[in-house]
Design a protein around this ligand. Structure first.
Ligand code: HEC
Ligand code: HEC
Length: 308
């Protein structure tokens, strides 16, 4: 009997050692990624000064960046779960992180996900925003340089040991977009002519990163985030099949769908997306309507079955 107990004790002890070692390795893997530096040396492009370009930049900033950095770009708590991690989206006005930004720093940050100090940007969706045409990117930068300065400050991000282990295990998906971007691709990027065409809509959907939440085929996707509802099927196979342009526009601008679902901007950033121009919204609508009517993605089907 004593012998058996002794062996059970040894096995339990070994298991504990293995679990602790695995946790330390995973947390170490995350720490290494956070410390990693990247080289991206894109050519500097001219910053436009005409009012039409700056107005275009204002729309892009409002419809994408404001969702995380706030309407006046002075920052938001963004991810704020003290038991997991606290990561503010910082103040990106001249009074904040971008005080000494050169034009090249702006390009590197937005398109390549690399900060002026060469570290990767945490969470910021540069892989999608980087698809913006050179003209749109430079209009955005021109506008950002005109944003009134604000001196709000935010604490540095903090991560619990557990969140580092989870991050190291890849449970949160892509944390540093610089890992997945070709940092040597400096080829010029163009956009289809701005119009309500499905082609232009596909371009807008691309740099807005709709696919990162709605799936590669836009027929829905359940993210690993346990508290988020699934990104809906936005092909004509979903509710969108029944909507006209007015219903679609109203959904993005009011946050409430024709079926009466009130969308939480924390999960579906409609407060920003709804600030796209009328032309962009119509182009996105025409693009989504041109897609095949796909059934819900299986991650969504599984989620809905569990909810029953
Ligand atoms: C999904 C949320 C999200 C969106 C959308 C977003 N950002 Fe960020 N951004 C962040 C987070 C989080 C950080 C902090 C990253 C870090 O410190 O590693 C950040 C940091 C920055 C920084 C500071 C980098 C530095 O030097 O420390 C700049 C500049 C910036 N973002 C610009 C933009 C612009 C311009 C847009 C719109 C085109 C945008 N961001 C859209 C989340 C976002
Ligand atoms: C950060 C993740 C995220 C991004 C980015 C995102 N969405 Fe969503 N979207 C969601 C989630 C989650 C829902 C479901 C909300 C709910 O059920 O409360 C949703 C719902 C919707 C709906 C309502 C669909 C329905 O049938 O009720 C539409 C329309 C929509 N999104 C369009 C878009 C478009 C267009 C884009 C890109 C411009 C986009 N979304 C980008 C997460 C996202």
């Amino acid at each position: 009997m004593k012998k058996i107990l002794k062996w059970i004790g040894i096995v339990v002890l070994c298991l504990i050692v293995i679990v602790v070692a695995a946790a330390l390795i995973l947390a170490g893997k995350y720490n290494k990624l956070a410390d990693k530096t990247y080289t991206a040396n894109p050519p500097e492009l001219p910053v436009p000064t005409d009012s039409a370009s700056i107005a275009r930049g204002a729309i892009i900033a409002a419809s994408i960046c404001s969702g995380c950095h706030g309407g006046d770009f002075s920052g938001t708590p963004f991810f704020d779960e003290p038991k997991i991690a606290q990561v503010p989206a910082p103040n990106i006005t001249k009074g904040g992180r971008t005080a000494s930004y050169t034009t090249k720093d702006w390009i590197r940050t937005i398109r390549y996900g690399v900060k002026p100090d060469s570290h990767g940007l945490f969470i910021m969706p540069s892989k999608d925003m980087g698809k913006m045409s050179d003209a749109d990117l430079m209009s955005l930068i021109a506008y950002m340089q005109t944003v009134p300065s604000n001196d709000k400050t935010w604490p540095d991000p903090t991560f619990t040991f557990m969140s580092k282990v989870m991050a190291g295990a890849g449970l949160f998906g892509a944390l540093y977009h610089a890992e997945e971007i070709d940092l040597t691709d400096y080829s010029p990027r163009t956009a289809p002519e701005m119009s309500t065409s499905p082609e232009y809509g596909a371009y807008v959907v691309g740099f807005h990163g709709c696919k990162s939440c709605h799936g590669d085929q836009l027929n829905g996707f359940k993210s690993p985030d346990p508290v988020s509802p699934p990104g809906a099927n936005i092909t004509p196979g979903g509710n969108l099949g029944k909507w006209d342009l007015a219903a679609f526009t109203n959904t993005l601008r009011s946050g409430t769908t024709p079926e009466g679902v009130e969308m939480d901007p924390k999960f579906m950033p409609w407060t920003a997306i709804g600030l796209m121009s009328d032309m962009e919204i119509e182009a996105v609508y025409n693009y989504l309507k041109s897609l095949p009517a796909l059934p819900d993605d299986e991650t969504v089907v599984k989620y809905k079955e569990k909810q029953k």
